[in-house]
Design a protein around this ligand. Structure first.
Ligand code: CA
Length: 227
């Protein structure tokens, strides 16, 4: 389960992150509405915790833009005690639930479990492209023709998942750095290259036809090998 927390009170978001990490969630944090909106627009999250009052773009605008853009990830909104109107507004905009601050962390975890279960869709536990299968539970990649397999490290897994969910698209280095490390920072660009090379080595090891191609001056793209 992957959770996005959009909250500008960093002390609170760190507590939320710790609580959900204990529950085996992968947690990403965003501190302002604009960043949160962009991350949530990837559609990669199983649930999103969204604060109402945020810098850059407030939580209600973020939610409105997602729903208009057909992003239907379950959203739980956090509201201040006095904002009764805001709660109603949030639900009207398509929030799945809300909690008033201050709240009990166990309550938050329980509510998130409910809204993620409510999705009801069959859980897809792998992604496939050509002869490549990525198991989302175990982080193992398999060549479905030869059954050769190898386990990916955590960052390699996140990297390949990002590519497979956006296959055919060229991803910019900055986009990848932001996805893997939570922010866009010059120092992480070299790391992107390092993990691309690790991941390439593993794709080669299982002799998959899928490869990560560098697109000069732009970034990287997942492609089928021509031979
Ligand atoms: Ca706030």
């Amino acid at each position: 389960m992957r959770l996005l927390v959009i909250e500008d009170e960093t002390a609170l978001s760190e507590v939320i992150r710790a609580a959900f990490t204990d529950e085996k969630f992968e947690v990403d944090l965003a501190e302002d509405g604009e960043t949160g909106y962009l991350l949530g627009s990837s559609g990669m999250y199983d649930a999103i915790i969204l604060d109402g009052m945020l810098p850059e773009m407030d939580g209600y605008d973020v939610l409105r833009k997602w729903r208009q853009g057909q992003i239907h990830t379950p959203v739980l909104m956090l509201t201040a005690r006095s904002e009764l109107e805001d709660k109603l507004k949030g639900l009207g905009l398509g929030a799945d639930d809300y909690l008033t601050k201050p709240f009990d962390m166990e309550e938050l975890v329980a509510r998130i479990r409910v809204i993620t279960r409510r999705q009801g869709a069959v859980q897809i536990d792998y992604l496939e492209l050509e002869d490549l299968r990525l198991n989302l539970d175990s982080g193992v990649i398999v060549n479905t023709e030869t059954q050769q397999e190898v386990r990916l490290g955590k960052k390699e897994f996140q990297l390949l998942e990002l590519f497979m969910r956006n296959s055919g698209q060229t991803l910019r280095r900055e986009q990848i750095a932001e996805k893997l490390w939570g922010y866009d920072c010059e120092a992480e660009y070299n790391n992107v290259e390092v993990y691309i090379s690790f991941t390439r080595r593993k794709l080669k090891y299982i002799e998959s036809r899928v490869l990560i191609k560098a697109v000069r001056g732009i970034g990287y793209r997942l492609e089928k090998r021509n031979d």
